[in-house]
Design a protein around this ligand. Structure first.
Ligand code: HPA
Length: 424
């Protein structure tokens, strides 16, 4: 059995056999050495791999540099490096580090969520070896301004500069910086960016709140989140990640209609590993007992759209919200003294219907309101095995008089956002 554990003094000889022990020994005596991040892969009491992260200074903050990773020649290509790196990342997160940097093969490090360091404005030190791409991994969320050129432990810098420390003081080599930037661009494809979303992997939280209007996303980021950082501006479909009550959350516009919601939610679930999307939107009342400003939790979404045909199912499909989220949203609303209704909604492709009265047929089947995105969201969630919920405010009624003032719209919208954020 293989276990990843902290290196012990008795492992030193075995580690010596597989990697550059001289440098490790001098690092071991330095302040940059963190015993919890000097790890061995132990296979039935034999050391078959070694990994060392050391502390570096990035913009005044203590972060990490992957200093050594080695696997015994008899045990290569068996996933030992993966075990070591993942084990070290878990520990590093636990210890509260925000970033790890590594100099090496981009394709290899990408598997562990590393992206070109320039993505985070972390620059490769000029004396670093030309060894692939200088990569960085985001470990823990931070509001701190962590960027700049990592300052390495003296021992490490001495080793790579051959003791000629003046190299460190040499003027920054424009060519190297340019080269790293070009590479960063080339590596963009592998970093998670899609044609519609320029965010790098790791920039988007597990839960995304999606209003239709990207400016509403900006409003939420500015008024409800702390330390929000913008991750997308492609097509002005703004997206931000920040903290709400200390919990990490993202917010991004979905655009109007199922094709637009279909694209953005698909990419969030499938390219960015997002677990939960909560739509916060407006809807037109259908049933007589639905009133302006009512908040509706969409248990399910009927639709007149063709979106479902891609799944080639042998019958009609019922797009539904996540049960636990529905339940919790209803509970949160009750606790906050806000009346909500849970029920069926309709997602339509047609805002200006030539025969608006057809929508009365939805009402006759108990459908509460009509909007244009939920069914696509619920189908994408189901297809990806993820979670979704739509929370809607009634902004108009198709068959009753009246409209919300802009102040009422804002209050209604804020109520909905608070329910969504309390679900985190
Ligand atoms: N139709 C579709 N979507 C809507 C409506 C509507 O009347 N009102 C708010 N969203």
């Amino acid at each position: 059995m293989i276990v990843i554990r902290k290196e012990r003094t008795t492992d030193h000889n075995a580690v010596r056999e597989i990697t550059d022990f001289r440098l490790i020994e001098s690092l071991r005596k330095s302040r940059s050495f963190i015993p919890e991040l000097s790890l061995v892969a132990d296979c039935d009491n034999k050391v078959i791999g070694y990994l060392l992260f050391v502390e570096v200074d990035i913009g005044g903050y203590k972060e990490l540099l992957l200093s050594h990773i080695a696997v015994h020649p008899d045990f290569q290509k068996q996933g030992i490096a993966r075990l070591l790196i993942n084990g070290a990342h878990d520990k590093a997160r636990e210890l509260g580090y925000h970033f790890a940097v590594a100099n090496g093969e981009a394709v290899f490090f990408k598997k562990f969520g590393y992206v070109p360091a320039t993505t985070y404005d972390i620059e490769q030190p000029v004396f670093e070896k030309e060894n692939g791409v200088y990569m960085a991994k985001y470990l823990n969320f931070t509001e701190l301004p962590i960027y700049g050129t990592p300052v390495y432990p003296r021992e490490y810098a001495m080793e790579i500069t051959g003791g000629n420390n003046n190299v460190e003081k040499k003027k920054v080599d424009e060519d190297i910086i340019k080269r790293v930037k070009v590479m960063a661009k080339e590596e963009k494809k592998m970093s998670g960016a899609t044609p519609h979303n320029e965010a790098e992997i790791g920039m988007i939280a597990d839960t995304v709140i999606m209003p239709g209007d990207p400016l509403r996303a900006k409003y939420i980021a500015e008024n409800f989140l702390s330390g929000a950082v913008q991750f997308n501006a492609v097509r002005n479909m703004f997206g931000y990640t920040g903290l709400y009550n200390g919990k990490r959350v993202s917010v991004m516009g979905s655009g109007m209609g199922m094709p637009s919601m279909g694209i953005y939610s698909y990419e969030l679930y499938n390219n960015y590993d997002v677990e939960t999307i909560i739509r916060v939107g407006s809807a037109g009342g259908l049933k007589d007992d639905v009133n302006l400003r009512d908040v509706i939790i969409a248990q399910a979404a009927c639709t007149d759209s063709n979106y479902v045909y891609q799944y080639d199912l042998p019958g009609s499909y019922s797009p539904i919200g996540d049960f636990e989220l529905i339940l919790r949203a209803a509970e949160v609303a009750e606790k906050e003294g806000k009346k909500v209704r849970v029920g069926n909604v309709a997602s339509t492709d047609i805002f200006y219907n030539r025969y608006p009265d057809v929508n009365k047929k939805w009402a006759s089947m108990g459908v509460l309101c009509i909007e244009m995105e939920t069914a696509a969201l619920y189908m994408n969630a189901a297809a990806a095995g993820k979670k979704a919920l739509s929370i809607l405010t009634i902004s108009d009624h198709l068959f009753k008089e009246g409209e919300l003032s802009s102040k009422e719209r804002e209050t209604g919208f804020n109520d909905m956002i608070k329910i969504a954020l309390e679900l985190l």
